[in-house]
Write a protein of this length. Structure first.
Length: 324
């Protein structure tokens, strides 16, 4: 215990050795403050560019902004405003001090920088749209329902998931694509899932806007990840769970649970027969994937997302002809 205590004290001392050579020392507080100031400067520059790009470069600037609204441009913007301060703070602190604890503090300093930038931008944006503040707002509607402090504390608490979602997004780039050529799982146009558009919603400003954009980004990532996992599960292990409750819960995100998977009391022969039935060549999508749907025996174009599955143009025409 004494050894552990001495290690913690040494790691959290007010100064740490610079690098591995021990030829100098760096004040921890000074290092962290420097990281915060640097990150705030970088974030402020990014915010300025985002807001002025159209004015500075006209149509070309607006085209860049449009590109930044969806993957892969959006991924670069999110990385700049979130992952760069977080992981950059960790790596810089570690490079300077070699201390794991100080490196974690560098990561947290990055998070604090992001929070300060969000608060500063929120105040500025709301002052630029004072008229909208007089109208209906999400935050002012929810505050009385749960309490102002609780509402704000809760929404900020969800921000802890930002680095997690960023890692999930990285996995969608790194882990899943090789599966499309190794075992022919379907590929996806990421920009159709990972994009933001709520900044175009009339009256959504300041606090409401920044958190709605967060949800906009996060929901697309989660949905794309879920779609990828549907393919993985149905391809490698199409077996229902023993727990009926788990099957019911998971069927929302994995429709094949109730649609085609082998019962929990089935046999391995049932599983292999299902695999032979579902995967006969071509793209190996999950069993209920829209690309497997047909209309009058003809495959539905899976790339056409204008009409939801189960409501095809052919079905609509049939209903019109029948008067229903």
């Amino acid at each position: 215990m004494t050894t552990i205590g001495a290690f913690v004290i040494a790691q959290t001392d007010t100064t740490v050795s610079a690098g591995q050579s021990g030829d100098g020392s760096v004040p921890i507080l000074g290092l962290l403050l420097a990281l915060i100031v640097w990150n705030l400067a970088v974030l402020t520059l990014g915010i300025l560019v985002i807001h002025q790009l159209g004015a500075w470069f006209g149509d070309r600037g607006k085209a860049v902004l449009t590109w930044l609204e969806r993957a892969p441009g959006l991924d670069l913007a999110i990385t700049y405003f979130t992952a760069l301060p977080l992981f950059g703070g960790f790596l810089i602190a570690h490079a300077i001090t070699g201390s794991l604890i100080v490196s974690v503090l560098g990561f947290l300093a990055g998070g604090l920088s992001i929070a300060l930038a969000v608060v500063g931008w929120t105040i500025w944006h709301e002052r630029q749209h004072k008229d909208a503040l007089q109208g209906p707002r999400i935050v002012s509607t929810l505050n009385p329902k749960v309490g102002r402090i609780r509402n704000h504390a809760a929404v900020w608490w969800t921000a802890l998931c930002v680095p997690i979602f960023w890692i999930i997004r990285a996995a969608e780039y790194i882990v899943y694509p090789p599966l499309t050529w190794l075992v022919k799982l379907p590929s996806y146009t990421h920009s159709e899932w990972v994009n933001v558009s709520r900044h175009k919603f009339d009256g959504l400003v300041g606090h409401d806007l920044i958190w709605c954009l967060y949800c906009d980004w996060m929901t697309g990532i989660w949905s794309l990840g879920g779609e990828m996992l549907r393919n993985v599960e149905s391809f490698w292990c199409p077996i229902r769970f023993r727990s009926d409750k788990k099957c019911a819960n998971c069927s929302v995100d994995f429709p094949d649970v109730n649609g085609s998977w082998v019962p929990a009391d089935g046999t391995m022969g049932d599983v292999t027969a299902l695999l032979d039935e579902q995967y006969t060549g071509g793209v190996n999508a999950w069993h209920g994937h829209p690309m497997r749907l047909t209309v009058e025996g003809e495959p539905v174009d899976a790339t056409d997302t204008s009409t939801p599955p189960g409501n095809t143009d052919a079905e609509s025409e049939q209903r019109e002809d029948s008067g229903t």
